[in-house]
Design a protein around this ligand. Structure first.
Ligand code: FES
Length: 243
């Protein structure tokens, strides 16, 4: 199709009235990120294949909703991101993520470095809005160097992709569907301590929330001096986190 052909050559599209240049094969997210712009996202990270699951990056492309991390850029597209309609949609998606898990920011070691928290702050989310599910989920402290707290997992699958694509290990997978979907560990016991995961693996460092954390580093940087305490997430370079 012409869309496909456009995507294979460089060009320019418009994001909220600003011209964005793109290269062959770029998604809208990649082009905007490289141009120093920001579209909210949780399951996308520079250097990873897009997953398209969190929908935080929903934009309007020529009037139709699409995920900026999966839609290919093409010449002349009119992309809207910073609109009241999309801000409201993103706030709702964030509120749903918060109530589906157990996210207690004030007592979480990831506070200030958490992409869910920082994205919600910037989206103007001031409360959960929906009733909390308070699901019963496991904490796995079996690994000598890492803590896995499924209460905070948002199923972005960045650890799944990092383990498979970068570490060549397949330590993580997601099992089940819908509200039953959950992260599982591939090991004889199902516990992390029994898996091939090392603290130096990409998969051990990629978690955007506090689900997978290094042990014995709690509060090494005090709250108030952490990454998103200093700069909002829209002004923080995504290339800092790239693998
Ligand atoms: Fe695009 Fe999650 S960042 S769907």
């Amino acid at each position: 199709t012409s869309h496909r052909i456009d995507a294979l050559s460089p060009g320019v599209f418009s994001l909220d009235g600003r011209d964005i240049e793109f290269g062959p094969g770029d998604t809208i997210m990649q082009a905007v990120t490289r141009a120093g712009g920001y579209i909210p996202h949780l399951c996308w990270m520079e250097g990873f294949h897009p997953h398209g699951s969190c929908r935080l990056c929903t934009v309007k492309v020529n009037g139709r909703m699409g995920a900026a991390c999966t839609v290919l850029a093409s010449t002349g597209q009119i992309v809207e991101s910073d609109t009241e309609e999309l801000r409201t949609l993103r706030r709702t998606l964030l509120q749903m993520l918060f109530v589906e898990g157990n996210h207690f920011c004030p007592s979480c070691e990831k506070s200030g470095n958490c992409r869910l928290q920082a994205t919600a702050y910037e989206a103007g989310m001031t409360g959960p809005h929906f009733e909390e599910f308070y699901p019963q989920r496991k904490v796995d402290a079996s690994h000598p160097d890492l803590l896995l707290d499924l209460n905070r997992c948002i199923l972005c699958e960045l650890c799944v992709r990092a383990s498979h694509d970068l570490d060549g290990k397949d330590v993580f997978a997601v099992s089940g569907h819908g509200i039953d979907a959950h992260l599982v560990v591939n090991s004889p016991s199902g516990l992390l301590g029994d898996s091939a995961l090392l603290a130096t693996d990409h998969a051990a460092k990629v978690c955007p929330v506090g689900a997978l954390l290094p042990k014995r580093q709690g509060f090494a940087v005090p709250i108030g001096k952490r990454k998103f305490d200093l700069k909002p997430i829209s002004a923080s370079s995504p290339f800092d986190e790239a693998p």
